[in-house]
Ligand binder design. Structure first.
Ligand code: PLP
Length: 389
């Protein structure tokens, strides 16, 4: 049976070129980057090279890059690290209701420790305005964290404008760019951010490695203490193969990002218009225009998202009912709920996220399967209703 992967927002396959660039650091060049001998120097050279690559990709300086064990750790370090280091200014943190749990659960944690947290509501498209942020800022606000693009509905938020409002009031700005890095231009000066999180496994790199950009001069307290690696900001022997993999994936991504984005945008829009035409009960979730090139999120009224997922999976199509951690559990999506979408439409949500290898044929097959699955499920529901009444 044909297998089609349409869940690239959850994770991506590691590119072979990336595996090849990582391989030597598991075997021949296995030194500890802190060692003085030649083995150590080889590892150190790989780290320096990776730091240069990431800095260039973001328009930053190498010293502003902190390697972490993924996007979650980068978000935790950005939020906890700056809130703790800046508490003399105040103990108020502003974020939104549609962030990834890496931000939301960290906000809960800081609230338990005594910080005041404002979670800004979003509109029906998952949008937050700079005015909302400006209004929420008070004299004790230390940090604003708003994601560049949402992982469930793909909505792209106006980070540059939000950061400008934060800076006008002397407040630090963090953005979670885990989903956008790889699809949109991500330049720390154009965005005007002080901190930015990214993750390798969303850009065809390995899992468990990421980075936090920290603008020079930003006070930040480490979360992990030990040998003082990463300029005291993240201790622990560096994951050299993983970091080399992140850098290799970044270099490859930059070569094709814009052409891929254009290609996926076209496939996405074509699929959405065909799906909405073929399924009269279907509605698009998220912003129609300000949207990640690879994101499709629809609800088919009267059909459970989980049942659709299973139907698709049986036919070889891998999709998601929301974020990876939300599916698997039956928790309804906090993002769709925050957008004011009713519980029934939330339960019938389906996310398809395209990748660099996704073809028009694959998407056509997925739509065929979806049409058959929803027809069967609707029939079953109607049958259940008629036998029950
Ligand atoms: N932030 C966003 C927006 C994400 O989509 C994810 C991953 O799903 C993360 C953070 C967490 O990144 P990681 O899986 O590398 O810990």
């Amino acid at each position: 049976m044909q297998r089609i992967y349409l869940d690239h927002a959850a994770t991506t396959p590691v590119r072979l070129e990336v595996v090849e660039e990582m391989a030597p650091y598991f075997t021949a060049a296995y030194g500890n980057a802190s060692s003085i001998h030649s083995y150590g120097q080889e590892a150190k050279a790989a780290l320096d090279d990776a730091r240069d690559t990431l800095a260039q990709a973001l328009g930053a300086e190498p010293a502003e890059i902190v390697f972490t064990a993924g996007g979650t750790e980068a978000d935790n370090l950005a939020i906890i690290g700056t809130l703790v280091a800046n508490q003399a200014k105040g103990r108020h943190f502003i974020t939104t209701t549609i962030e990834h749990d890496a931000v939301l659960k960290t906000a809960d944690h800081m609230e338990r420790l005594g910080w005041r947290v404002t979670r800004l509501p979003v509109d029906e498209y998952g949008m937050v305005t700079p005015e909302q942020v400006a209004e929420a800022i008070s004299s004790d606000t230390a940090l604003v964290s708003v994601m560049q693009a949402n992982n469930e509905v793909g909505t792209i938020l106006p980070i540059a404008e939000i950061a400008a409002e934060a800076h006008k009031r002397g407040v630090l700005m963090h953005t979670d760019a885990v989903q956008s890095f790889g699809q949109l231009p991500v330049n720390v000066d154009a965005l005007g951010v002080d901190l930015l999180s990214l993750s390798a496994h969303k850009i065809y790199g390995p899992k468990g490695v990421g980075a936090l950009y920290v603008r020079r001069g930003t006070p930040i307290e480490a979360l992990i203490h030990g040998g003082g690696q990463e300029r005291e900001r993240r201790s622990g022997t560096e994951n050299v193969p993983g970091i080399a993999g992140l850098a290799a994936a970044t270099r490859l991504m930059l070569q094709e990002r814009d052409t891929q984005a254009e290609r996926m945008r076209r496939l996405r829009d074509q699929w959405i218009s065909e799906a909405l035409g073929a399924l009269p009960n279907a509605q698009l979730n998220g912003h129609p225009i300000e949207r990640l090139p690879n994101n499709i999120n629809i609800s088919v009224a009267g059909v459970e998202g989980e049942a659709m997922l299973l139907g698709l999976d049986l036919a070889g199509v891998a999709a998601s009912s929301g974020s990876a951690c939300a599916s698997g559990s039956i928790e309804p999506s906090h993002v769709l709920l925050a957008m004011g979408i009713g519980p029934e439409r939330v339960r019938s949500a389906l996310r398809l996220t395209l990748g660099r290898a996704t073809t028009e044929e694959e998407l056509g097959y997925a739509l065929d399967v979806l049409k058959k699955t929803t027809a069967r499920l609707t029939e079953m529901t109607e049958h259940n209703i008629s036998t029950a009444t």
